[in-house]
Write a protein that binds this ligand. Structure first.
Ligand SMILES: Cc1cc2nc3c(=O)[nH]c(=O)nc-3n(C[C@H](O)[C@H](O)[C@H](O)COP(=O)(O)OP(=O)(O)OC[C@H]3O[C@@H](n4cnc5c(N)ncnc54)[C@H](O)[C@@H]3O)c2cc1C
Length: 391
């Protein structure tokens, strides 16, 4: 028996399974997917077959159960097994979109609206968790992403329908998405007037205006969207004017996901740098024989380990039902900083080889850069921390 939730027989078996999945079905294809600019549906199907897409969702809605600790194990193993931050972002995009739909379905069921709940689950949740459809979350707009409460996309009720007009940008998986959970203004100004609305991407007026090229996460497609007179059933509104509250509720898991992606990328870069410095010789001796190099590897290890211990602790407390709004955003800062530092040092230790396009540390160096911008930019997180600390 262990008290460590990360070392139960089930979690160790999950880690082994994800490591094997990554080594067999992810790592060998990364270059191809990075060049294509997107992940294949085949990957979603394989991940679903292993139950990975269903983690965090109840079995009644097609999920496989599990919690934030399981999600942490999955992300650690994808990165440490040779995957990328882009794979985590692209393969698991539903993790930021689908919980809003599942929550609303549960609310409807509790209120006796079984048909409304079944509709949401059967149309938008089960196919995604089965790896047969893609879900995306559309919050960010060309005018700004950090200030979510001031978004401008409008949604106006019209009989049994709601009509959306606006634009979204930087939306992960949007070129492949079957539906996008769109944040739109249904009420007055500020956070209280925002709703989340499920928009099937084949609805007239919904257009992917641009596929966006970017520095990192290149195997994860990103797009700019336009919504012009997009009419969907009002039943697709996931709680009128409840959108901001729903987003805020799930920010914790999104931040933890990015935190884990940060330090796990750092662990992978450390592993690669450790191997490299034991093999690469300069001035007749392996790099690792130099004290300055060994000290650097020790510092990289320290930063990753501190981040892992802290972030895992926050994930475990979240899974146990504790409110971790402040710790989760501090975890994001900690995990991301560790990933940035270690990826940067790994490129240095690899020298010219680390600067070459296609080397693994070069890709991680580019990939980690988004982690301090997306899901709440570092400065915005720190600002929020000061408020939560009542400073
Ligand atoms: C690859 C990628 C994938 C993404 N995926 C999604 C997605 O799936 N869905 C989605 O809705 N969005 C997505 N985003 C958007 C992402 O969440 C936003 O980029 C992020 O919220 C920041 O918004 P912004 O880019 O508009 O920057 P802005 O809000 O314009 O801020 C710019 C910079 O200013 C600084 N800053 C901002 N506010 C403050 C402040 N108050 N004090 C001090 N400094 C500040 C920060 O350094 C910030 O990086 C994605 C972005 C990228 C790049």
């Amino acid at each position: 028996m262990t008290d460590d939730p990360f070392r139960t027989p089930e979690r160790l078996a999950l880690a082994d399974a994800v490591r094997g999945f990554t080594q067999d079905h992810v790592a060998p294809h990364i270059d191809e997917w990075e060049a294509a600019g997107e992940l294949p549906m085949e990957l979603q199907k394989r991940a679903a077959a292993l139950g990975l897409l269903g983690v965090g969702f109840a079995e009644e809605v097609g999920g496989s159960g599990g919690d934030t600790v399981d999600m942490t194990v999955i992300i650690e193993q994808i990165l440490e097994g040779g995957g990328t931050g882009g794979v985590v972002a692209g393969m698991l995009t539903h993790g930021i979109a689908t919980p809003h739909i599942a929550d609303e379905a549960a609310r409807r069921r509790a209120a006796g609206d079984t048909a409304g709940a079944d509709h949401l689950i059967d149309r938008f949740v089960r196919p995604v968790l089965a790896g047969e459809a893609i879900a995306a979350l559309g919050v960010t707009e060309p005018d700004g992403g950090s200030d979510v409460a001031n978004l401008r996309t409008r949604a106006v009720l019209d009989g049994d329908d709601v009509i959306l007009d606006g634009a979204k940008t930087y939306i992960t998986s949007a070129t492949r998405a079957d539906h996008v959970v769109v944040a739109a203004r249904t009420g007055g100004p500020g956070a209280a007037g925002v709703s989340l609305i499920v928009v099937p991407t084949d609805t007239p007026g919904f257009t992917v205006t641009r596929r966006l090229d970017k520095m990192g996460w290149r195997c994860s497609d990103t797009a700019e969207l336009s919504l012009t007179g997009v009419r969907v059933p009002a039943a697709n509104i996931l709680g009128l004017d409840q959108g901001f509250a729903s987003l805020a509720r799930h920010f914790v898991t999104e931040r933890l996901t990015l935190a884990v992606t940060g330090y796990a990328t750092g662990q992978r870069c450390l592993d690669l740098a450790t191997r490299w410095t034991s093999e690469r010789e300069t001035f007749g001796k392996p790099l690792a024989s130099r004290q300055v190099v060994r000290h650097m590897l020790a510092e990289m290890h320290r930063q990753v380990d501190v981040a892992r211990v802290y972030c895992r602790d926050v994930a475990a407390r979240h899974a146990a039902g504790e409110e971790v709004i402040l710790p989760a955003l501090l975890a994001k800062q900690t995990g991301v900083a560790a990933g940035e530092f270690v990826a940067d040092r790994a490129v240095q230790l690899f020298g010219g080889a680390g600067y070459m396009t296609g080397s693994e540390v070069e890709r991680h160096y580019r990939d980690v850069r988004i982690l301090g911008i997306g899901g709440g930019a570092t400065e915005v997180m720190t600002d929020l921390a000061t408020r939560l600390m009542s400073l």
